[in-house]
Design a protein around this ligand. Structure first.
Ligand code: C2E
Ligand code: CA
Ligand code: CA
Length: 500
């Protein structure tokens, strides 16, 4: 520059200008760089803001989910009652805070609830559960705790420090307040409840033990006919164990060929012949000996084994009928059908199939049904009985007189025969003892077009008295005890050419 600018002053000015220019350009460059950075930061801050809002949203959803999960874990979704986990927690809390206070642990179960679901559908079943839950909550009140374990099972924890001996009476008086009938889907539905009770600290010192004891007591309540409340007792454990052992043994009894069918003749008072026999099951256990049906039939009914057992008896006795037919005897067979079998739809459909395939001699087979098994589900039973009748089976009402119904009520049932229970026969003491109940039942049964069998005839005077009262048939030790086919006296058996 010195070459072109000779004037020193000018040179200074130029130098200053150059400096200013340098500063300006550098500043501009810095500005541009900083601005770019600033823009970038602004974008990042916006993004950060968006992220923060999203994070807040997620947090909210998470806390909603968390509380829903909490509710799910601790409250029952359908009824709003405490769930199993929460009941366990409450019991634990109580034991920790007031270890010396007595707790009542009530385990409730609605009798035959599955029938509501089967007959009316799950929505109606749910409605019933909700109504019962509300009722339990109201009856129990504060500070007691009501929870649902699942299905139709509820738990009530009573925190009133009531002595064990008084607990049951108190629960019973509360239980009597539970409504007996509920309106569901416009229909009235009758409900009964079974319950098992255990108390802290007497029966158990933790939730699990209390639940186990109350559950055992509940099983016993169910076994003793439902609709009752039972306080836990130490003997229940071994009682239930014995039954489990028996039921395990029973499950193998058919394959091990331990079940045997005995036959007891039914004697016709008019023809003095035997045209039918009742099939009565016997369990011949290798070490326990002959176990009577009253001991194992209830177990078989509970476990469902009764269905296999009934098939066994039916098949055995029908082949016995065929065997007798070959020997020239025209005989009929009576087979006992318990409630569990009568009310089982799969039994009926299997029977229909077998009847169609094997051509079972349905007209030679009588089913004996007790009043209580019919009354348990009267409408469905009438349908089933009509179907059995349409297939050609004869139907007999067993143990008549032990239930509550009158014969007039039983008119609705498509029956052929009524069997008067041996409890009445025992009251007949001499030749012409006209027991009014037997006499009236025979007259009414005849008026309804039914035949009458009188059970438990042990003496000749009973036979005479029953004949004079116009009974059609008798069955009992006086004629013959239940026996194996070979041991039966066949001289009275109805011959093929001589039907009576
Ligand atoms: P049930 O159907 O009332 O059978 C009649 C019972 O009375 C039989 O008892 C029979 O042995 C008894 N018995 C007959 N005559 C007399 C008599 O003159 N005096 C006395 N004291 N008793 C007499 P068992 O064989 O012990 O059967 C008892 C019950 O077990 C039967 O009562 C029936 O309810 C049930 N049962 C037996 N076999 C079967 C079966 O195959 N299936 C089902 N579901 N139940 C059965
Ligand atoms: Ca019977
Ligand atoms: Ca009977």
């Amino acid at each position: 520059m010195k070459l072109f600018v000779t004037d020193i002053e000018k040179l200074d000015e130029l130098q200053t200008l150059k400096g200013i220019l340098y500063v300006l350009i550098t500043g501009l460059m810095f500005y541009l760089i900083i601005k770019k950075r600033m823009d970038l930061y602004a974008d990042t801050i916006d993004e950060l803001r968006i992220s923060i809002t999203e994070l807040e949203k997620t947090n909210h959803t998470l806390s909603v989910l968390e509380s829903q999960l909490y509710d799910l874990a601790y409250y029952d979704e359908l009824t709003g009652l405490l769930s199993r986990n929460m009941i366990a927690r409450k019991v634990l809390e109580h034991i920790e805070h007031s270890p010396n206070d007595i707790l009542g642990f009530v385990y409730l179960d609605i009798d035959d609830f599955k029938h509501v679901n089967e007959l009316k559908g799950h929505d109606v079943g749910d409605q019933l559960l909700i109504q019962i839950a509300n009722e339990l909550k109201e009856i129990a009140g504060e500070p007691h705790i009501v929870g649902r374990l699942g299905g139709d099972e509820f738990v009530v924890i009573l925190k009133n420090n009531l002595h064990r001996d008084l607990l049951l009476d108190m629960i019973k008086s509360h239980a009597s307040k539970i409504h007996k009938s509920f309106i569901l889907d416009g229909d009235e539905y009758f409900v009964s409840v079974s319950a098992g009770v255990a108390s802290y600290p007497h029966d158990g010192k933790d939730y699990k033990t209390l639940l186990k004891c109350a559950d055992m007591a509940l099983s016993i309540a169910k076994q003793r006919g439902k609709n009752q409340i039972i306080l836990y007792s130490e003997v229940f454990g071994s009682e239930l164990q014995k039954q489990t052992d028996l039921s395990n043994l029973l499950n193998h009894s058919i394959t091990k060929k331990e079940l045997v069918v005995y036959y007891q003749p039914v004697y016709n008072l008019e023809s003095n012949k035997v045209r039918s026999v009742e099939a009565l099951i016997r369990w011949n256990h290798p070490t326990r000996g002959l176990i009577p049906p009253m001991e194992f039939i209830p177990v078989a009914e509970r476990t469902g084994f009764i269905k296999d057992l009934t098939w066994f008896v039916l098949k055995e006795s029908l082949s016995q009928i065929r065997a007798w037919e070959k020997e020239g005897y025209d005989m009929m067979i009576s087979v006992n059908l318990s409630a569990r079998v009568l009310n089982d739809a799969s039994f009926l459909s299997k029977l229909k199939r077998v009847v169609a395939e094997d051509k079972i001699l349905t007209h030679k087979c009588i089913f004996e049904i007790t009043e209580s098994s019919i009354l348990e589900h009267i409408e469905e039973s009438i349908i089933t009985l009509n179907e059995l009748r349409a297939m050609g089976f004869k139907l007999s009402l067993d143990d008549f007189g032990t239930g509550y119904s009158s014969l007039t009520y039983l008119q609705r049932l498509p029956l052929h025969v009524v069997k008067i229970d041996r409890g009445f026969t025992r009251q007949v003491k001499f030749d012409n003892d006209q027991n009014p109940l037997i006499k009236y039942t025979i007259e009414l049964a005849h008026a309804l077009g039914l035949k009458v069998v009188v059970e438990g005839v042990e003496e000749v005077y009973q036979l005479k008295a029953l004949k004079s009262m116009n009974a059609d048939f008798i069955q009992g030790y006086h004629i013959a005890r239940p026996s194996l086919p070979d041991e039966l006296d066949k001289t009275l058996f109805n011959k093929t050419e001589n039907p009576s």
